[in-house]
Design a protein around this ligand. Structure first.
Ligand code: AVJ
Length: 319
């Protein structure tokens, strides 16, 4: 089976499990097809979605400091998980490029489209940087990371992408990263911070409804790829941020009762009026929680960087 076929098979199994469960769920990792990627890029440009600007501010402010920490006599390998359009990483790449630092860049993303576009972009901007993009999910790609042991490596996970994982899964993810790290390696990771609950709520329930379209893309994909007939417009986006746990939860809410056939899976699903499909969590953090996650995974926090608005933090971790 090709990578694509494996992914498609997993998506189908997931849809079968998620729509047969009570309460129903679907994973946000399946939002990202070409249309989903574009919608997420649109989200990153929304006035309410402060995360991108905050982390951009951090990388911009501390790029020289980061360059100094990462630079090593034999060069290093910079590996980014969930690179997307690389907007924030380009700041760091420019710094490394301008200062003639010896390194390679390996962007990894679940979307082949993102990888292709980013690689093209970087070839234009920084023709001399050795870029080796790769399509893949985090967990599959982790196995390969162990091979990067000829010289120090820096693993980047930006955007608070870890926030899509529940704490146990986050610890598992961090532990797997730890397992492929050696003492000279770095992990540089973004964690969106707890803040005014309304700021967070609004970031995930924007006034233009882009987040709703992003969330609905799951249903569009199932319709298209599994010959289903979700009445997509009858499902509304619902966002609930809980300041006690720091978890923002996204749902699709059936505004009318309906029956949905998923032909490819030979599956019939009925929805009651106001029934939910839980689709995503976007976890918010504070230092105590990040310290706990790191400690559970056997990682040490060696530096913490914060943006001007104190909305977001990047943690530099080592084994
Ligand atoms: C890509 C996981 C960081 O949770 O903030 C944005 C995805 N979902 N708006 C996030 C997302 C709704 C985003 N991450």
């Amino acid at each position: 089976m090709t990578k694509k076929e494996v992914f498609q098979h997993e998506f189908e199994q997931h849809v079968k499990a998620g729509l047969s469960a009570f309460p129903k769920f679907l994973s946000s990792k399946y939002i990202y097809d070409d249309k989903g990627d574009k919608l997420f890029q649109q989200i990153m440009g929304l006035p309410e979605y402060y995360l991108t600007e905050s982390e951009y501010n951090i990388v911009d402010t501390y790029k020289a400091d980061l360059r100094k920490q990462f630079t090593s006599p034999n060069g290093f390998d910079l590996i980014e998980l969930g690179a997307g359009d690389g907007k924030k990483t380009k700041l760091l790449l420019k710094e490394l490029y301008d200062q003639k630092v010896n390194f390679t860049y390996k962007p990894i993303d679940i979307s082949q489209n993102s990888i292709d576009e980013l690689s093209q972009d970087l070839l234009q901007l920084f023709p001399e940087i050795d870029v080796q993009g790769e399509q893949g999910t985090y967990f599959k790609v982790l196995e390969q990371l162990a091979q990067y042991n000829k010289r120090p490596k820096v693993i980047l996970v930006l955007g608070s992408n870890i926030g899509n994982l529940a704490h146990r899964e986050a610890i598992d993810f961090l532990s797997k990263l730890r397992d492929v790290m050696r003492p000279e390696d770095f992990l540089f990771m973004g964690f969106d911070q707890k803040k005014d609950p309304l700021t967070i709520q609004n970031a995930y329930a924007d006034s233009q409804g882009v987040t709703q379209e992003f969330n609905r893309n799951l249903l569009h994909r199932i319709n298209k790829e599994m010959q289903a007939n979700f009445p997509v417009d009858q499902f509304e986006h619902w966002e609930a941020y809980d300041p006690e746990t720091g978890t923002a939860k996204s749902y699709l809410l059936a505004t009318k009762a309906c029956q949905v056939q998923v032909q490819k899976l030979d599956l019939n699903v009925s929805f009651k009026k106001w029934e939910t499909i839980h689709t995503e969590i976007s976890q918010k953090y504070d230092d105590e929680v990040v310290e706990w996650l790191a400690a559970e995974a056997g990682l040490e926090i060696s530096a913490v960087y914060e943006d001007e608005k104190k909305y977001f933090k990047n943690y530099l971790m080592q084994v």
